[in-house]
Design a protein around this ligand. Structure first.
Ligand SMILES: [Zn+2]
Length: 209
């Protein structure tokens, strides 16, 4: 495990009722870690079939975490890929999250709004942060997210505060599972990233922690 003092931001991704069991295990394991900046990336309607409004148990878990100091951020809408990149979907599955990467300004705004509407309905407030699945936003997408009133978004290597400069805080993936080529590349990237003084640690439901 990475030295806790190196972690500036801790984020648990892909919070969806689909991963209820995994999320409970992750939060249980993270209980003892003391990090001030903690966030949970909520997916309002994973795969177009896991609408969080229908899952009170999930909502209860999120509210409990909020009370414990976790910030809830919006993580796309469905975390699913558009149909026009079939080669990618074939290899990685439709839910692997390039949801926003090549959308234009209006498309980004429209899709983020769909997620925002559910988030606000469930949690009664607007999230400060928007994280695109796989951290992929187009240039126009950044502007759309800013114009929707979010305070920040993130890329793979930065946090973009809309009223400040880019903050260079690379992301570190913990224990990427599997041995596929993309994961090997990510692990290589991790080994470089871990040498930085401060990182963001991101944990996904399929990670082995
Ligand atoms: Zn994600």
């Amino acid at each position: 495990m990475i030295d806790n003092t190196k972690i500036k931001y801790l984020s648990v991704h892909d919070a969806s009722p689909k991963f209820q069991k995994e999320l409970e295990i992750i939060f249980d394991k993270l209980k003892k870690i003391k990090i001030k900046n903690k966030s949970i990336a909520v997916v309002p309607n994973w795969g177009f079939k896991w609408d969080i409004r229908k899952y009170p148990k999930f909502i209860r878990l999120m509210r409990k975490k909020q009370k414990e100091g976790w910030e809830l951020v919006l993580h796309g809408y469905s975390h699913s890929n558009p149909k026009h990149i079939p080669w990618y979907n074939l290899f990685f599955g439709i839910e692997d999250g390039w949801e926003f990467y090549n959308l234009n300004y209006n498309e980004t705004k429209e899709l983020a709004l769909k997620g925002l509407k559910i988030f606000e309905e469930v949690f009664g407030h607007k999230p400060k942060g928007f994280i695109a699945p796989n951290w992929r936003l187009s240039e126009k997408g950044y502007k759309a997210i800013k114009d929707l009133g979010f305070e920040y978004t993130t890329s793979l290597r930065h946090i973009k505060w809309f009223n400040k400069k880019w903050e260079n805080i690379p992301v570190f993936f913990k224990c990427i599972s599997g041995y596929s080529l993309p994961n090997k590349v990510l692990n290589l990237f991790n080994n470089i990233t871990i040498k930085q003084t401060k990182v963001r640690l991101v944990i996904h439901p399929h990670d082995k922690i």
